[in-house]
Design a protein around this ligand. Structure first.
Ligand SMILES: [Zn+2]
Length: 102
């Protein structure tokens, strides 16, 4: 930096540089926190939600009336825990209604 230029030594300029550095630093930290949040929370939560609602974990295709080991849309192998849920829903689709008849 040119120390002979009065612009670079003025208190206003120095204050602007400090505030600018602070703002950039805060934005970088917030961006890192957002990135870590997306990596650690969002994807597993979305995957679990799709498994529970019987949708493909990759492409979100509805698998409720599908029989097979792979997603018909994207070809992803259906995870074992979701395959169990699919078997239960297809072998006993009106479980709640039957409980009322008992
Ligand atoms: Zn799929």
């Amino acid at each position: 930096m040119d120390q002979s230029n009065p612009l670079f030594t003025s208190p206003t300029f120095i204050a602007l540089v400090r505030w600018g550095a602070l703002v950039v630093g805060v934005l970088v930290v917030l961006g890192l926190l957002w990135f870590l949040y997306r990596q650690t929370r969002s994807k597993p939560r979305q995957r679990l939600q799709r498994v529970r609602t019987l949708h493909c974990v990759r492409c979100n295709h509805d698998l409720r009336n599908h029989k097979g080991a792979n997603c018909p849309k994207c070809g992803l192998r259906i995870p074992p825990e979701q395959a169990r849920l699919l078997d239960e829903s297809q072998s006993n689709p009106r479980k709640k209604g039957e409980e009322i008849d008992d």
